[in-house]
Design a protein around this ligand. Structure first.
Ligand code: C5P
Length: 228
């Protein structure tokens, strides 16, 4: 856009999918491409912000002008987020973070001869979004989470999303309804923005750039109505 409405703001974005090592060659991972987070970082940069992108295994290049911090695991992402969150006005957590990691990382490659691996014992990773939003929030900061949700018999996608925003303490949650045709990879995205007070803002379907600008429009609006 032509609007430099994020000039003077610092924006921190997480993107991509963490990898949790099992042995020197194997890991637990996910199919996140990082595209939506990179699109948000790029849009924020175009709108005048100073942008730091913490990227786990991004499949797309980072546009020039953005400070990229590459990480592999959830714990590395947590450390990087903690280092940059205090100086950020806007934090947008678009990464797919592994909920669990193997307790033991084998020092040598597991073999299939019976001495190798038949069970992997897991332990919970830190919830990075919940940690910064509930324990380390600075006044005036605006924190946005993402959630890929499928509706089920315990509630709608929207209800789950609002509950998640409240549980994690995010100001805004971008709910991504996961179906066969939207969500991961190089496809259009549909998201609905909800607040942790239970407000359902609008939905948008479009390219990842459209979604990025829509989220930033809402962020700019919320910051301007916050007396900031
Ligand atoms: O609980 P769920 O994984 O659906 O929450 C998704 C949101 O929480 C995303 O914004 C994601 O980046 C963030 N998250 C996190 N640390 C985790 C798990 C998720 O920051 N360990």
């Amino acid at each position: 856009t032509a609007h430099q409405d994020l000039t003077g703001r610092t924006v921190l974005v997480t993107a991509g999918g963490t990898r949790e090592p099992i042995d020197p060659v194997r890991f637990l991972g996910n199919r996140s491409s990082g595209r939506q987070g990179v699109a948000i970082a790029a849009a924020a940069h175009r709108r005048g912000a100073t942008v730091t992108l913490i990227g786990a295994h991004l499949t797309v290049p980072t546009p020039p002008g953005i400070d990229l911090i590459p990480v592999t695991t959830a714990e590395q992402m947590h450390t990087a987020v903690l280092a940059h969150a205090p100086s950020s006005d806007i934090i947008i957590m678009a990464a797919a973070v592994a909920d669990y990691r193997p307790i033991h990382v084998l020092p040598t490659k597991a073999k299939k001869d019976g001495t190798g691996l038949t069970h992997i014992e897991l332990t919970a990773n830190p919830d990075i979004l919940a940690d910064i939003a509930t324990n380390r929030r600075r006044a005036g900061q605006l924190i946005v989470g993402f959630a890929a949700e499928t509706g089920d018999d315990t509630g709608s996608v929207i209800e789950h999303g609002i509950a998640k925003a409240q549980r994690k303490g995010a100001d805004l949650l971008a709910i991504n309804e996961v179906g066969t045709h939207t969500g991961f990879g190089d496809v259009p995205n549909t998201i609905t923005l909800v607040t942790n007070t239970g407000q359902v803002l609008d939905s948008i379907s479009g390219t990842k750039d459209d979604v990025a600008n829509h989220i930033l429009n809402t962020v700019v609006h919320l910051l301007s109505t916050d007396g900031d």
